[in-house]
Design a protein around this ligand. Sequence first.
Ligand SMILES: Nc1ncnc2c1ncn2[C@@H]1O[C@H](COP(=O)(O)OP(=O)(O)OP(=O)(O)O)[C@@H](O)[C@H]1O
Ligand SMILES: [Mg+2]
Length: 234
Amino acid sequence: MSEQRENGAFIQLRDIAKVYAMGKVDVAALSGVTLDVERGEYVAVMGPSGSGKTTLLNVLGGLDVPTSGKYLLESVDISKLPDKELARIRCHHFGFVFQSYNLFPEFNALENVMVPMMYAGVGATERRRRAAELLESLGMGPRMRHYPSQLSGGEQQRVAIARALANDPDVILADEPTGNLATQQGKEILGIFDDLNARGVTIVMVTHDEGVAAHAKRLVLLRDGRVESDERVP
Ligand SMILES: Nc1ncnc2c1ncn2[C@@H]1O[C@H](COP(=O)(O)OP(=O)(O)OP(=O)(O)O)[C@@H](O)[C@H]1O
Ligand SMILES: [Mg+2]
C-alpha cells in the first residue's frame, strides 16, 4: 500500500522543488520537477543558463536534497534520508563527471580512481587492481602515475570517468562533460559514454550542445526550474 513500495521506474522524481534562501530572497532552482528515469536510459538535459540543470543532477545524485517533493530510487523514498545514508546510496549507485574534471591535484591518476573505493570499503589491493584495470580500459594505462597537472583535458576527463566507474555505479551523472574539451577530445569522451550505455549504464548528461545531446536517446528540456519538454529520440 505504501507509496514507498510501489513498483515504478528506477528513478522517480515527484514534484521536486529546490529553493535556495539568499538572505531575504528565495531563489527557486527547481519548481515542481516530475521525471522518471529507467535503467539503461541515456538522457540529455538541456536548457538556458540558470534553468536548474546542475541542481537537477545534484538532486538526482544525492549531492543535494530537495526542499519538497519526493525522490524514489528503486521505489525507496530517499528524499528525507540522513546524510550518512544518502552518502552510502551516492557511493554505490552514482558516478559523477564534471566539466572541470575535479580530480584531486595531489593524487596521481591511479590514486584518484582509488578514492571512491576507499569510501566503499574496498581493500587496498583490490582498489589498486580495479583502478588500474579501469584506467587501462579507458586507454590511460601509460599515464597511471601522472598527476592531473601532467595530463591533457581529455586525459583528465578519462581519469574522472574511471573514478566515476570505480564502484560500478548504475548511473553516471555528467555535467557538461565535454564543455572544456577540444572537438576531437570531446568526441572520444562521448564515445566512452556511448560504450558505457551500450553496456547498460544509465547516463544523465547536461549539455549546451545539440550535437552532444544527439548521443542521448532522450532529451529533457528545462526552463525556469520546470520540465518544458521531454522527448524520446526515435
Ligand atoms: N548554491 C546555490 N545558492 C543559491 N542559488 C543557487 C545555488 N545553486 C544554484 N542557484 C540558483 O539556482 C538556479 C539554477 O541554477 P543551476 O546551477 O541549477 O543552473 P544551470 O541550468 O545548471 O545553469 P548553467 O547552464 O549556467 O550551468 C540559478 O538561478 C542559480 O543562481
Ligand atoms: Mg550548471
